[in-house]
Design a binder for this molecule. Structure first.
Ligand SMILES: *Cc1c(COP(=O)(O)O)cnc(C)c1O
Length: 236
């Protein structure tokens, strides 16, 4: 048992080192400063013990998808007070209070109604909740996110909400496409992001790229890659 645990720890640590390395290489290849690209470790479905290993390795930003599961983990790890918790999953409005209470970041904002609720529910004792607006960049029927043409107007409406701070954009592009198509989607995001950054204060985050396309995302200006499988292994 002890040997298995040691083995798992070694694998996880090696994965973090490898992905950090990939990020550096992709940054260098595109003449970008690697320190401007954050790795968000998406730990959904994975045990707290994995997060503890990543923490010991020096990692501090973790992403979760399921509110209930996330809150349990956050409570179990309350003594790790410098972890930043990011919510990246779809959100039902009746769960917004838990997001406002427990998270530092919310990447999947796509409704004003939810923005207003989060703004009301975020305590004055906490710093404002960082949010990214989710963009449905490939105009997929089934996907969350707002249309690219509505992004500026949407962020405009967030400006009066002082308990949330809009930091930028997030996208989950269409699955199973060619690299050429992926590049076209990421290029559109990069352009939209730069329009937002010119127009609004505090815009510094383009949350884009996952296990399979993080290098391409970095080529198109991603400042935060959300990586699950390549760090923690396959999910059940
Ligand atoms: C699960 C998830 C990820 C991580 O995906 P991998 O392919 O496992 O790296 C990133 N972003 C979101 C929104 C996710 O739900």
């Amino acid at each position: 048992m002890a040997t298995e645990t040691t083995q798992a720890t070694a694998t996880l640590t090696a994965n973090f080192a490898r992905i950090n390395d990939q990020i550096k290489q992709a940054a260098n290849a595109n003449k970008r400063d690697p320190s401007h690209i954050k790795l968000l470790a998406v730990s959904k479905t994975k045990p707290v013990s994995d997060i503890v290993v990543a923490y010991a390795f020096g990692h501090r930003d973790f992403g979760e998808n399921y509110v209930q599961e996330a809150v349990e983990k956050i409570q179990q790890m309350s003594s790790y007070s410098d972890i930043l918790w990011h919510f990246v999953g779809p959100l039902q409005s009746n769960k917004s209070k838990l997001i406002a209470e427990y998270f530092d970041w919310m990447h999947s904002l796509d409704r004003i109604k939810i923005a207003k609720r989060l703004n009301e529910q975020r305590s004055a004792h906490q710093s404002p909740l960082n949010v990214c607006v989710q963009v449905n960049i490939d105009d997929e029927q089934s996907k969350a996110g707002i249309a690219p043409s509505e992004v500026i107007n949407f962020i405009e409406q967030l400006q009066p909400l002082s308990r949330i701070k809009c930091r930028g954009l997030m996208t989950i592009p269409k699955a199973d496409v060619s690299d050429t198509e992926r590049r076209a989607s990421f290029a559109k995001m990069q352009d939209l992001f730069s329009q937002c950054a010119q127009r609004f204060d505090n815009i510094d985050t383009l949350s884009m790229g996952m296990s399979d396309d993080l290098a391409i995302a970095i080529e198109y200006g991603s400042t935060m890659v959300r990586v699950g499988t390549a760090l923690f292994g396959k999910r059940d």
